[in-house]
Design a protein around this ligand. Structure first.
Ligand code: HEC
Ligand code: HEC
Length: 212
């Protein structure tokens, strides 16, 4: 994730921000407490960014706020999809008829979990985080439509055409590395017939998620 951001592309490493050096007389020693760089913007950022602390914090806040709002919208989309799936089941839809929707739900959930688990709230790679969440909203809404149209919906065939990547082939290699709390393709996270809503959005959902 971080590797997709401007800092990585500019050669800034984790330690530059998370373990900034402290001056101690003539010796340079590492400030080895791993903690939020935002608690010490002076050492973590201002070596490189010659703008005020207030300005830097405002930039980070702007990035994280957008990320948060997008996460809320993804959560809302996924909830709507799950409602549609539950309704379809109640109305008699079979597993087969909901296959497309369930698969799309899984793709959306995987992306939400990935971003939620990443922890920097979008800061490490704002554009990449937004791209992944944008995909998640699209999958959840497509899945909602599929669940609403279950009576007529044909068996879903995933497009094999170029430009329509599968589960995670559109993610950079480092993003495919398993992260503890992130379900991977083929993991036991596949929604079952009995629990289409298993572990819905790991993030809180608010009703005013449209005001971004
Ligand atoms: C340009 C500075 C910068 C770089 C480079 C950077 N980070 Fe971060 N990182 C941040 C900021 C800012 C946050 C958000 C902190 C906050 O919201 O309080 C953060 C958050 C985190 C968090 C969550 C911290 C927490 O308190 O939960 C982790 C873990 C993390 N970074 C690891 C890494 C790793 C590993 C790398 C290298 C691959 C890296 N960071 C590179 C600035 C940076
Ligand atoms: C080792 C140098 C270095 C450090 C340390 C560093 N940055 Fe950066 N930062 C850069 C460079 C280089 C860029 C890219 C600037 C460009 O190419 O326009 C950048 C870009 C940014 C951007 C613009 C990001 C974007 O996607 O447009 C923000 C915001 C930012 N840094 C905030 C921070 C914060 C906050 C910290 C401390 C937690 C920090 N930086 C630490 C070098 C650094």
């Amino acid at each position: 994730m971080w590797s997709q951001g401007i800092h990585a592309r500019s050669g800034v490493t984790c330690a530059d921000c998370h373990l900034p050096y402290m001056r101690n007389g003539a010796t340079k020693i590492s400030d080895h407490w791993v903690r939020s760089p935002l608690l010490n913007v002076n050492r973590a950022c201002q070596n490189c960014h010659h703008v005020s602390e207030k300005e830097l914090l405002a930039r980070v806040d702007g990035i994280q706020d957008k990320n948060y709002k997008l996460l809320q919208r993804v959560g809302a989309a996924l909830m709507d999809q799950i409602d549609a799936i539950l309704k379809a089941k109640k109305d008699g839809a079979t597993e087969e008829q909901l296959k497309a929707s369930l698969e799309l739900q899984r793709k959306a959930q995987w992306r939400i979990d990935f971003i939620a688990a990443e922890n920097s709230m979008g800061f490490h790679a704002p554009q990449e985080a937004a791209r992944i969440l944008g995909d998640a909203i699209d999958y959840a809404r497509q899945g909602e439509v599929a669940a609403l149209k279950w009576v007529t919906f044909p068996p879903y065939v995933f497009p094999a055409a170029e430009g329509t990547p599968s589960m995670d082939s559109d993610l950079a290699d480092d993003q495919k590395t398993p992260i503890d709390s992130t379900p991977q393709e083929g993991a036991s996270h596949t929604p079952s017939a009995d629990s289409p809503s298993a572990n819905p959005a790991a993030t809180p959902v608010t009703s005013d998620s449209n005001d971004a």
